[in-house]
Design a binder for this molecule. Structure first.
Ligand SMILES: Cc1cc2nc3c(=O)[nH]c(=O)nc-3n(C[C@H](O)[C@H](O)[C@H](O)COP(=O)(O)OP(=O)(O)OC[C@H]3O[C@@H](n4cnc5c(N)ncnc54)[C@H](O)[C@@H]3O)c2cc1C
Length: 350
């Protein structure tokens, strides 16, 4: 735990793999910039790796005032021990007030280790972060705290979590929930090269080779998505979802129920424990619209829902509602699109 430091910076962990920045840290830069501006402090990115200095400029163009750069051949691949050791030391050296990480595999591994070793609090899987004041029950007013906002109790409530005394205030943030910043190549910033000791004994693993299975679908980048739910009925019938997706040039997606039933692979899952998407058009077929599913798709620009239950909650977020049996509606849609073509809705400011 570090002392409450009102002048402390806002930090973003700039996760990179093989010298390529992930999308999530860039998304966090836009939120980090907003938080830092609200607090009137600097935004800094933490960049760890080997031969990754080039990425520092990209981080500055995307909003960082400073980049703390830790380069070493042993940091070439993410490993919890070495990364946590370096960030722990940096936290004690610079005393940031906020540190945010992507809720990625690495971020979910790393952030709790740093929170635990610094005895700070951590809110996992936030969907929003804001700055606000809070009065404790003893009447004390704590100004400018990080409001760490996330769904709780299975998504049935949205909780705002604060941490007024165990700093830095730490959070992991879901992928895809923050907009990407618009890079400004005229931005200037400071790159601070950190000196540190690291040896193989600090690492639990010696990585000999890395093999990555590419994701079968990039839902985050998809402009059009056709998603099927348990209502589709079977893996065979899920062919209707693929057919509609194919004739629209859309990505096929699914609910967790459809994934659990084996209709499609988990890479296609949208929602709280899947991918968060914001396409220009999201067609939800045989999907009830559970809060955990809505968490991943409600920011789509246009939502079309097809369901035979007029009371299905998906209709609460849909812009176009088709009450009917998907086995009748989908073949008609596919036929009409094949005959008349399809005009994609414009994507406003993704
Ligand atoms: C911690 C947690 C995390 C979760 N994470 C996710 C997540 O990431 N993503 C996710 O999707 N879910 C998630 N869930 C599960 C979620 O709560 C729901 O169970 C799930 O979204 C339901 O999927 P569904 O809509 O496909 O199925 P159902 O709720 O069973 O809905 C099927 C729908 O199909 C309609 N239907 C049936 N037959 C037809 C037909 N012939 N024509 C038209 N409509 C028809 C029905 O009216 C119904 O509305 C999570 C749950 C928990 C507890």
């Amino acid at each position: 735990m570090i002392d409450v430091n009102r002048q402390g910076e806002v930090w973003v962990f700039a996760e990179q793999h093989n010298g390529k920045l992930e999308e999530t840290p860039l998304e966090l830069m836009s939120k980090g910039r907003h938080l830092a501006d609200t607090l009137g402090v600097k935004l800094a990115a933490l960049l760890l790796g080997n031969n990754v200095k080039d990425l520092a400029t990209k981080l500055i163009h995307n909003g960082a005032d400073k980049v703390y750069l830790a380069e070493h051949p042993l940091l070439a691949h993410y490993q919890a021990n070495s990364y946590a050791k370096i960030i722990y030391d940096l936290v004690h050296k610079y005393k940031p007030q906020i540190a945010i990480f992507g809720a990625t595999v690495a971020g979910r591994d790393l952030a709790p280790r740093i929170a635990s070793s610094t005895k700070a609090g951590l809110t996992a899987d936030c969907t929003d972060l804001q700055i606000g004041d809070h009065k404790t029950t003893d009447g004390q007013l704590h100004k400018n705290l990080l409001f760490q906002i996330r769904p709780a109790f299975g998504g049935n409530i949205i909780a705002t979590i604060i941490n007024y005394d165990r700093w830095p205030q730490m959070a992991t943030v879901r992928e895809g929930v923050m907009p990407m910043p618009i890079p400004d190549i005229s931005r200037k910033g400071q790159i601070i090269e950190e000196k540190f000791q690291l040896s193989q004994t600090d690492l639990a693993l010696q990585i000999i080779e890395e093999h990555t299975r590419p994701k079968k679908v990039d839902l985050k980048a998809a402009r059009l998505i056709v998603a099927g739910g348990a209502g589709v009925g079977s893996k065979d019938n899920f062919r209707l979802i693929w057919d509609l997706a194919n004739c629209l040039g859309a990505a096929p997606a699914a609910t967790r129920a459809a994934v659990d039933l084996g209709f499609i692979d988990h890479d296609h899952q949208v929602g709280q424990t899947g991918t968060t998407v914001r396409p220009s058009l999201y067609i939800a077929v045989g999907i009830s619209g559970a809060i955990q599913h809505q968490a991943g798709m409600s920011q789509s620009q246009k939502i079309v829902a097809i369901n035979n239950d007029p009371q299905a909650p998906i209709f609460d977020v849909a812009h176009y509602k088709i009450v009917g049996d998907l086995n009748e509606v989908l073949p008609k849609m596919i036929k009409a699109i094949k005959e008349k073509g399809f005009k994609e809705p414009a994507l406003a400011g993704k």
